[in-house]
Design a protein. Structure first.
Ligand code: ITT
Length: 207
């Protein structure tokens, strides 16, 4: 195992970065952020699917950095809205909108939807790659209900309106470790961590 192997955690979203740093705390790579390597350019998310955008980000940031890179594309799919906001989750209320504005718009659009039709799922597609390789993809999803007003102050994004019925709490009421255990990102990251450990153990990462 090499101590000097670095993994670029390629996200411009501080909430995601914090979660990914926790989820990858035990992998045999030194984690670095876009800020650490001085990248302030954004890879455009022009794909139609989570898979497309995760690959675009992993390939784009790996090319910019020359490093092993992990990127995730994720979002919320609401059944009553035909899967919206989906890949557009970050841009749902327009560029530059806040999490609170996106939540407000989503709740408005669900105003007339009754309790038994408010199912939703979070999805995460994580892409792991380096400049000369096709990225490997890892998926995670978790299921819940959209509540009528925000509850809780942890996490980020749509967490305050996503209720886990079996826990009786929203995602924004869960401590970081609890969210990691049940979340779309936690599920995908555990799969990616298996691959990262294998790379680190066999030192294939440098080949
Ligand atoms: P990067 O592309 O730089 O990683 P981003 O925020 O633009 O940052 P995405 O394109 O993957 O990332 O958009 C994901 C959006 O989906 C995110 O901005 C949130 O609005 C929402 N989202 C994803 N995961 C979430 C989570 O765990 N909790 C709450 N909302 C989440």
């Amino acid at each position: 195992m090499s101590q000097s192997l670095k993994l670029l955690v390629a996200t411009g979203n501080p909430g995601k970065l914090k979660e990914l740093a926790g989820l990858f705390a035990d992998v045999p790579f030194e984690l670095v952020s876009l800020a650490d390597v001085g990248i302030d350019e954004e890879v455009p998310e022009t794909g139609e699917t989570f898979e497309d955008n995760a690959v675009l980000k992993a390939v784009g940031y790996a090319a910019m950095s020359g490093m092993w890179t992990v990127a995730d594309d994720s979002g919320l799919e609401v059944k009553a809205l035909g899967g919206e906001p989906g890949v557009r989750s970050a841009r749902y209320a327009g560029e530059g909108a806040t999490d609170a504005q996106r939540i407000e718009l989503l709740l408005e659009n669900l105003e007339n939807v009754p309790e038994d039709r408010r199912q939703a799922r979070f999805r995460c597609v994580m892409a792991l790659g380096r400049p000369d390789r096709t990225p490997e993809l890892f998926q995670g999803a978790c299921h819940g209900i959209i509540v009528r007003s925000p509850i809780g102050s942890r996490g980020f994004g749509y967490d305050p309106i996503f209720l886990f019925p079996e826990l009786g709490r929203t995602m924004a009421e869960l401590a970081d470790e609890e969210k990691g255990r049940v979340s779309h990102r936690g599920i995908a990251a555990r799969k990616a961590a298996v691959a990262l450990r294998a790379l680190g153990t066999h030192d294939q990462a440098k080949e």
